[in-house]
Unconditional design. Structure first.
Length: 397
């Protein structure tokens, strides 16, 4: 049985704050600051460039990748870290399209994170007018899969509502139609049980600064199924994806397996932070985490709906159909969230009208959830959100 009291003690949370935004940026694990300081002072400071060998910097993307891989059901040696999620989306899509060269269509849904759609659209424009991104509603994805589709690209958990796709079912349908599949696990990794191996996905990508708590701008990951790892050609043929980077050959030769999906110099300091953050996950049972997350969500929904009739549930009511977040709708959602933050409960807003709350059992207790709901309902009942300062939009919502 996972001890969530013990995991809570592993985070450096500000006093008086209830944090319901770990689905956007995870809080600071207590071990991360010391680990990054060590990388700066003992490794960079004392070893200088020899740290690439002495401190094992060059191997960090693979070693940390294996630790992330454990949380998504990936076999050792199938995940590597580095770059940003958008770059990893581009890599996976470009490789998949090339492997289905007789087809020209990327299928996604209109609830997908815009950045993923931007990358897909940009890639299609680069490849030429015969290529296209097709989007349908999330509910229509399965029926839209046919033998014209080259790649199915989906985010498992909808970033606005928390709606959850049936990964295994859609992969099976896509494979039966001859398409490859790319999954964005940004809102899945560390939030819900994931099994990329059992579901037989082709590619998976994700960021590490949400539920994995690597810090702002933390490195992304990419997974390639072992059956494809020696076939994919990296569209971004970076130096560190070369078979022998320090041979300095003029001709590019892809590295073995997942190594070929490396691009640029790995972000050592942020990988150090992620490495420390992953220590929190040692001994955590994902099934227990999921059960606790659902219990917290259900308690929050019940309390909010009981005291805030003006808020409308935007997430699926069935817990099996959503990830680890709960969203409500209100025309003045932005101002309401700002008022809530001012009273020590941090959630966030997503246009046009979504109040979004993440539930992370690693550091959230039932009493936190109840207090957060009570403060939200008090703000609504008393109209405390309707102040000029709460309506003024900041750059980040």
């Amino acid at each position: 049985m996972t001890d969530f009291t013990a995991t809570r003690a592993l985070f450096d949370l500000p006093d008086g704050v209830i944090y319901l935004d770990g689905n956007s940026l995870g809080p600071l694990p207590r071990g991360a600051a010391a680990r990054v300081a060590k990388a700066i002072t003992d490794e960079w400071g004392q070893m200088l460039i020899t740290g690439w060998n002495k401190a094992g910097w060059m191997d960090l993307p693979a070693r940390v990748g294996d630790r992330v891989g454990r949380l998504i059901g990936a076999a050792p040696g199938t995940v590597t870290m580095g770059d940003t999620l958008s770059i990893k989306v581009y890599q996976a899509l470009a490789s998949a399209l090339e492997m289905r060269s007789d087809r020209r269509i990327i299928l996604s849904d209109n609830g997908n994170f815009p950045s993923d759609l931007y990358m897909a659209d940009g890639l299609c424009r680069t490849l030429g007018p015969d290529y296209a991104l097709k989007t349908v509603t999330p509910e229509a994805v399965e029926d839209a899969i046919d033998d014209s589709i080259a790649v199915l690209m989906l985010t498992e958990i909808d970033y606005r509502t928390g709606r959850k796709h049936d990964m295994a079912r859609l992969i099976a349908k896509a494979h039966a139609a001859g398409a490859l599949v790319v999954w964005d696990l940004a809102h899945s990794a560390g939030a819900i049980p994931v099994d990329v191996t059992g579901a037989d996905t082709d590619f998976a990508v994700g960021c590490s600064y949400k539920y994995l708590n690597s810090g702002p701008g933390g490195p992304a990951f990419i997974y390639v199924a072992p059956r494809l790892a020696e076939q994919v050609r990296p569209a971004l043929s970076g130096w560190l994806g070369h078979e022998s980077p320090f041979a300095f050959d003029m001709e590019y030769r892809p590295g073995r397996g997942i190594e070929r999906m490396r691009v640029g110099t790995p972000p050592i300091l942020q990988l150090a932070a992620l490495d420390a953050a992953l220590d929190v996950w040692e001994g955590v049972d994902m099934a227990a985490l999921r059960a606790r997350s659902v219990a917290l969500q259900q308690a929050f929904i019940a309390r909010v709906e009981g005291g805030c009739p003006d808020l409308t549930l935007a997430s699926p009511r069935d817990a099996d159909q959503r990830g680890s977040q709960v969203s409500f709708r209100h025309p003045n959602g932005y101002a309401i969230i700002q008022a809530l933050i001012a009273e020590g409960v941090i959630g966030d807003f997503r246009a046009p009208d979504i109040l979004r709350f993440g539930f992370t059992p690693l550091y959230l207790a039932l009493e936190d959830v109840e207090q957060a709901a009570d403060r939200l309902c008090a703000i609504m009942t008393e109209g405390r959100w309707d102040r000029p300062e709460f309506h003024a939009r900041a750059k980040v919502t």
